[in-house]
Design a protein around this ligand. Structure first.
Ligand code: THU
Length: 149
């Protein structure tokens, strides 16, 4: 595992401790690495109206955008597991999150590295966004950026 992956997985695990997931009892944490080395985190944020729930990746990337740093995303770490269990299987970003991640990738012009792990353990799956979401539709299609990674 690279230092970058380890750092992001550790930050994502810490973030998952603040998951608001009383309905699924599945805690997810995301950690977004920016080009200056700083890390912005998020955790899933559920709602009694289940369909309104927000995934950890989306929460983290909305925070990055709110800080004016949406073009500076370099890599993302994502972890998840059932609350009260020591799940070790890596999770993978859901389809909606892949699309949200693609927005940052195209705005920043980078094919982002995505590091995935479980709630605990050393197993980490490393992907490029282009593997997780090939032939993506995004801001480049709307003429908003020429950066199609
Ligand atoms: N979840 C995420 O936060 N990210 C994903 O990529 C997959 C799913 C959350 C949504 C919900 O709060 C819980 O995990 C169970 O689906």
């Amino acid at each position: 595992m690279t230092d970058e992956a380890r750092t992001l997985i550790e930050a994502a695990r810490k973030a998952a401790q603040n998951a608001y997931a009383p309905y699924s009892n599945f805690a997810v944490g995301a950690a977004v690495l920016l080009s200056d080395g700083s890390i912005v985190t998020g955790a899933n944020f559920e709602n009694a109206s289940y369909g309104l729930s927000l995934c950890a990746e989306t929460v983290a990337l909305a925070s990055v955008s709110a800080q004016g740093r949406f073009a500076d995303v370099v890599a993302i770490g994502v972890i998840g597991g059932r609350i009260g269990h020591a799940d070790t299987d890596p999770i993978s970003p859901c389809g909606r999150c892949r699309q949200v991640i693609n927005e940052a990738a195209q705005v920043g012009g980078r094919d982002l590295s995505i590091y995935c792990s479980g709630a605990t353990g050393d197993e980490v799956a490393e992907h490029k966004l282009s593997e997780l979401l090939p032939h993506a539709f995004g801001p480049a299609d709307l003429g908003l950026t020429g950066n199609r990674p």
